[in-house]
Design a protein around this ligand. Sequence first.
Ligand SMILES: *Cc1c(COP(=O)(O)O)cnc(C)c1O
Length: 401
Amino acid sequence: MSTEPPTPAGVAMNDEHDPRPGDSSGAEAGSWHGYGDGTRSVHAGLPAPEPGQPFLPGPVFAAPYHLDPAAGQGTNPNGYGRPDNPTRRALEAAIGELEGGDCLAFSSGQAAISALLLAVLRPGDGVVLPTDGYFPVRSFATETLAPMGVRVQFAPTAGPYPSFEGVRLLLLETPANPGLDVCDVAELAERAHAAGALVAVDNTTATPLGQRPLDLGADLVVASGTKALTGHSDLLLGYLATRSAELLGTLRSWRATTGSVPGAFDAWLAHRSLATLDLRLARQSANAAAVAAALSQRADVTGLRWPGLVDDPAYPVASRQMHRVPGVLSFDLGDADRVARFLRASRLVFAATSFGGLHTSADRRAQWGDDTPDGFVRLSCGVEDGADLVADITAALDASA
Ligand SMILES: *Cc1c(COP(=O)(O)O)cnc(C)c1O
């Protein structure tokens, strides 16, 4: 009997495993190229087996490390904890393996995104950001980048996009959080590269098992590891990934100087969580398909968006570009009061921001100043039983109607 949750109709995405050959990114035990998602999630970044040693070594807590009294740090990477830490290196090898590039971990997604923007953009440069993406990135651009003389432009994820002449960096977010529009990364990367721009993709919502932007032509991936990547709602993490040695060097020294590194314990928890990424995403996606099917039958739920629904505007590009659909959907319940009644009536849906965790949660985005209607809800499906979830959500919607 298969232990996989059934693949619901409409979720069949592009499931070819096509990691770029030779993309190992320095994982200690070698590349897992050619293996399936479950195998890669379990093994990524682990050291080669050694008798008497654990599978995943515990966190190394160190600010300074012992140095050779005469040679100093020499060739040993461990000199001081801000530039380097072995627990963080193992996590970076793991994420790099999944993204198909070299990875740098940061203390949060925002730390990684602001590092990218500040390290790459100079006064006079143009940057194009999503109108409908993670809103603190937009505020950072208008409040910090624009006063520095960076020319900030916004474009909706679904397009149209402006001319990329004079643009230094195009930052895409697909699927966009929270509206879940999707854009064609390969096509936009080609256009942006023709104009000499760099392309970065925020891969938070999809995760590297959902899509690999570096394979699609992006120069950089930037993401929050706080969400589905680690999925246990117990840590903050961010990362950047790239195949460019030059960008990697610039960003690594930016991080070492500005200091936004994750602690060893968070890095270890994150690595531990990665082993179940394939399982978690499969269940979340199946649950989202079941919930989306139930919600689409209801007249009291409007604006339902989930890129796995065959009639969703994002479906055509998502089904070509993505390997799987995230467990996140969005819809409108009309007003804040109905959302509150729905959340109070539900036993399984926690009122919480963030998404991608084991527990189903819902967030009325307008309360955070996100530019969404008052009754707009982002629902993140957890790994509960799908039938329980659909029954609970249906009952809570009925009770709140
Ligand atoms: C949450 C999120 C971020 C920021 O990540 P933090 O870890 O909270 O700093 C960036 N981009 C997207 C799409 C997000 O959802």
